[in-house]
Design a protein around this ligand. Structure first.
Ligand SMILES: NC(=O)c1ccc[n+]([C@@H]2O[C@H](COP(=O)([O-])OP(=O)(O)OC[C@H]3O[C@@H](n4cnc5c(N)ncnc54)[C@H](O)[C@@H]3O)[C@@H](O)[C@H]2O)c1
Length: 328
């Protein structure tokens, strides 16, 4: 099986989750070709130390001519699309690039791949496409009710892919992970932003009353889940991918503050994000039935993440200039 699917084209492989996937896939013997535009969120440093089994092309997935050339030269049998603009706050300020990369970029990939033969296309979607849920958990069959421009751009791509599956028999599957955290996450997202703020000696901004609930999944578990779906997932299916652990944002911050021996008084409540979803929660029994289970508890994962951030202060601080305008 692995022999036949040995070459994987990974878009967005210099991002947070994509790079974790590249590390795990290459360590399992797969050959990986990475396409990444290297936006402010992409960083080749994330792939330092990865075995020479990966190859890199600095390319925008919206550039059909360039992507097709790579496709023809590399002849991958699997394509995994991680490439996206991913920060909800930025999508609220300007949704244009979100539609370009997340929807039109996916469309470009679909049209190129549709001309050739591959075994599987995996779209990395998000739990945010379902919108919020106050009680219970979303199933893969739940309706899409995205509330932010980011979530709408991801939901639009999911719908387009479903239409290609039905119309052309396109061999895709869609994965919807919950909130990820772990080493190398760009520090505009809640957990690394809070750690960076503590390192800088600043207050930590927390939206609204801090009671918004998210499920948390350690990034290596997410990447392992995607490898599992690459190997065993069925074409035409959608898979939720989450850890069981749900926490309010304020609880997450208090855990980080405890680990760093800091006082809760560092938390500064700020005006809520417009349209802020109260709670996301996924039912992930479908992927569990394939034998997948997250291995890293939130307690262990958050300690690893805090320690990693302390060891990579320079990297975190180097990103501050791109994040600061969001927190004026
Ligand atoms: N981080 C999470 O908690 C989370 C949760 C659920 C789903 N997701 C999804 O997982 C995927 C990866 O998320 P992440 O957190 O690693 O994101 P990220 O922002 O860390 O990385 C995104 C990567 O995509 C690249 N990219 C962006 N636009 C591109 C384009 N047009 N062409 C080529 N490359 C481009 C960037 O340079 C970057 O390397 C995304 O599709 C996201 O929607 C993320």
């Amino acid at each position: 099986m692995r022999e036949r699917i040995r070459k994987i084209l990974v878009t967005g492989g210099c991002g947070f989750i994509g790079s974790a996937f590249v590390r795990i896939a290459t360590s399992k013997g797969y050959r990986v070709v990475v396409i990444d535009k290297l936006t402010y969120a992409g960083d080749l440093a994330r792939l330092k130390g990865v075995s020479p089994k990966y190859k890199f092309y600095k390319t925008d997935i919206c550039d059909k001519a360039k992507v097709e050339k790579i496709f023809v030269v590399e002849k991958p049998s699997i394509v995994i699309n991680f490439a996206a603009e991913t920060h909800v706050d930025r999508s609220i300020l300007d949704s244009g690039i979100f539609l370009e990369s997340n929807l039109m970029g996916s469309q470009a990939l679909l049209d190129i791949i549709n001309k050739y033969e591959i075994r599987k296309f995996i779209q990395i979607s998000t739990d945010e496409v379902y919108g919020e849920i106050i009680r219970g958990r979303f199933l893969e069959s739940s309706p899409l009710r995205p509330n932010s421009p980011y979530a709408a751009s991801k939901a639009a791509a999911d719908l387009l892919i479903s239409s290609y599956m039905r119309t052309y028999g396109f061999p895709a599957l869609i994965v919807r992970p919950c909130n990820n955290y772990g080493p190398w996450q760009y520090p505009e997202k809640l957990i690394p932003l809070s750690i960076l703020k503590i390192i800088k000696g600043d207050k930590i901004p927390l939206y609204g009353d801090g009671k918004n609930v998210r499920q948390w999944l350690y990034v290596d578990d997410c990447a392992r889940g995607i490898v599992e779906l690459m190997e065993k997932g069925s074409i035409g299916e959608i898979y939720n991918l989450s850890g069981a652990e749900e926490l309010k944002n304020i609880e997450v911050l208090k855990i980080i503050l405890r680990i760093l021996n800091c006082s809760d008084s560092l938390i500064q409540f700020v005006k809520d994000r417009p349209g802020h979803d109260k709670r996301y929660s996924l039912n992930s029994q479908k992927i569990s039935k394939l034998g997948f289970k997250p291995r890293v508890s939130f307690r262990k994962g958050i300690e690893n993440t805090v320690n990693w951030c302390l060891e990579h202060k320079t990297w975190l601080l180097s990103k501050w200039k791109d994040i600061a305008p969001l927190y004026k």
